[in-house]
Design a protein around this ligand. Sequence first.
Ligand SMILES: Nc1ncnc2c1ncn2[C@@H]1O[C@H](COP(=O)(O)OP(=O)(O)O)[C@@H](O)[C@H]1O
Ligand SMILES: [Mg+2]
Length: 299
Amino acid sequence: MRIAILSRNPKLHSIRRLRYEAGQLNMECQVIDPLACQLVIRGKESKIVLKNRALPDFDAILPRIGASITDYGLCVVRHFEMRKIPTMNGSRAIAESRDKMRSLQVLTEAGLLVPATVLTRNTQSLKTAVEAVQGLPAVLKILRGTQGVGVMLVHSPVSLGSVLDTLRTLDQDVIIQQFIVEGAGRDYRAFVVGERVVAAMMRTAPQGEFRSNIHRGGSAQVIQLSKKFEQTAVRAAKTLGLQIAGVDLMESRDGPLIIEVNSSPGFEGIEKATGINVARSIVQHMKTTIQKTRKPRKT
Ligand SMILES: Nc1ncnc2c1ncn2[C@@H]1O[C@H](COP(=O)(O)OP(=O)(O)O)[C@@H](O)[C@H]1O
Ligand SMILES: [Mg+2]
């Protein structure tokens, strides 16, 4: 069995862990830099060329596409899909989950609960937008931010207008979102593999901060997620078509709210906090999927 991980950096903790666990399961694992891939379409043929050689057909691909290379990275994933190679996750699912507005549209359409959110380019009449998100303070998010960067809290109409104007000049579209007061400073990360939450943690923001991302100094604590939170996380991943997902949830008066769904979730923090072998779950899931999709041998 031969798999490939699409990643820019083979030295990353997650990549090293995945390679190690693949080896433990007797799977060959190659790390491929998506930006080094040439994508060829010629007549009916499509191929992926790396260092002047066409790549062999792997049994499955694991894209770990960072936000900075989303467009090119997704194009590479799409090319593997053209060659009918199972990809975990697929290009469409990655694209939809990476866009904070698009993912909330898809989740809402499926009947899942997300914070009230407004996308607007018009900064003249913000009154209705502010009302829609239950007033100020409200959270602003750039559409493609990660690790808490590009997530802000605004307290006054003046700062809301000026931040929106500034971000517009930087060519950034922004969503305005209801600030979840009752759960502020704390969120839950559920790591979904296949249709199961394999690990979960609670993240608490440092003093004076509302973002609980580990990269923003948040601290992790092991918890047993309630059935309701687990089901919501699994449904969110499934709705977006993700087999591997990091689902961020917050507690609200109306029950679990989905904050976002990550398609390339890191797992150093969650493995450390929980002692659970997340990398093994991912690789095992790939193995099972490959076995299921393989054509039965002719006898
Ligand atoms: N609507 C909200 N109300 C309160 N806190 C929020 C809200 N949205 C996000 N947060 C906090 O900010 C953090 C980062 O937001 P998130 O949407 O997950 O962006 P990122 O992709 O940068 O992680 C969340 O983990 C949560 O702690
Ligand atoms: Mg997040």
